[in-house]
Design a protein around this ligand. Structure first.
Ligand code: PXL
Length: 280
């Protein structure tokens, strides 16, 4: 039997609420990958929950370099490097050092430039972190911004987000840096009641769109769920267009299942019961 592809997963661990590591690990494991976790921060709960005087945000920047130095001693090699929520400005620069050290010719580098949603930055993100995130994203093979993050990376106001396939194609092309990297923009809608993703595959140069019926409500962590399924499919050597379509369909199924159960939207989507579908 073939050895499991190895993924370096670089995200925060939010103790309560489904997002980042608590979504990335189960999804990538169910899809047959082995993950090594480089934690960027530990939070008592993700930042969409109301803050409390007891909220905990433990910045783990200082632990990152010693961690990967230990990994290097252990002979770690990665088929993919996947980063998401980052906890500090210096951490974003550190990640560029990590890439220099661990990226091989065939390593797939996925940077999900997690910074905000619905036109607003997440509470812990500063404008300087956004600028540095742009530099990190420029080094990726694939980026997966939502519309808010795409606007931030392009220096466009949120009011200018694309509403047609033609406009979105132009944003995809600009973000691809002349076709140097693949781009998937999530949370796009061209017709009422439909939502999905648009992608530009740097291998074929093709732009494509995947849509599914929109489930009302904002669920935290769906960006992490989307990118994890996408990466799992890419590590199975599926083309980007098919991987993106599968990720759109799976997130939609999880959101529909959650709505049917009536659980709090802030807790994220009930993906656990559907994980089995990803195994093949
Ligand atoms: O899903 C993105 C994300 C990751 N990590 C933390 C978050 C969020 C979104 O709210 O708060 C801590």
């Amino acid at each position: 039997m073939k050895q499991a592809p190895q993924v370096a997963a670089i995200h925060d661990l939010s103790g309560y609420g489904r997002c980042s590591m608590t979504v990335v690990l189960p999804v990538l494991s169910a899809m047959g990958n082995r993950c090594s976790t480089l934690l960027t921060a530990y939070l008592s709960a993700h930042t969409a929950y109301p803050p409390s005087p007891r909220s905990c945000f433990l910045d783990l920047t200082d632990r990152m370099e010693p961690t990967w130095t230990h990994w290097a001693e252990l002979g770690a090699r990665f088929d993919a490097i996947y980063s998401g929520f980052l906890g500090s400005e210096r951490q974003i620069d550190l990640l560029r050092t990590f890439l220099q050290k661990f990226r091989r010719a065939d390593t797939l580098v996925l940077v999900d430039p997690v910074m905000g949603d619905h036109g607003r930055l997440y509470a812990t993100y500063t404008p300087d972190m956004c600028r540095r995130m742009g530099l990190l994203a420029a080094e990726a093979d694939l980026i997966t911004p939502n519309l808010t993050e795409a606007a931030l990376l392009l220096g466009e106001p949120y009011s200018a987000v694309p509403t047609s396939k033609e406009q979105l194609s132009r944003w995809l092309e600009r973000l691809s840096q002349n076709g140097a990297r693949s781009v998937v923009i999530t949370g796009v809608s061209f017709s009422p009641g439909q939502v999905g993703a648009g992608c530009l595959d740097r291998q074929s140069g093709a732009v494509s769109f995947a849509q599914a019926p929109e489930i009302p409500g904002h669920f935290p962590g769906t960006g992490d769920l989307f990118a994890s399924v996408l990466l799992g499919e890419l590590l199975r050597k599926r083309p980007l267009e098919a991987a993106s379509a599968r990720a759109v369909a799976f997130v939609q199924r999880c959101a529909a299942h959650t709505l049917a159960l009536g659980t709090p939207l802030l807790d994220g989507v009930e993906f656990e019961a559907l994980l089995g579908e990803l195994m093949a």
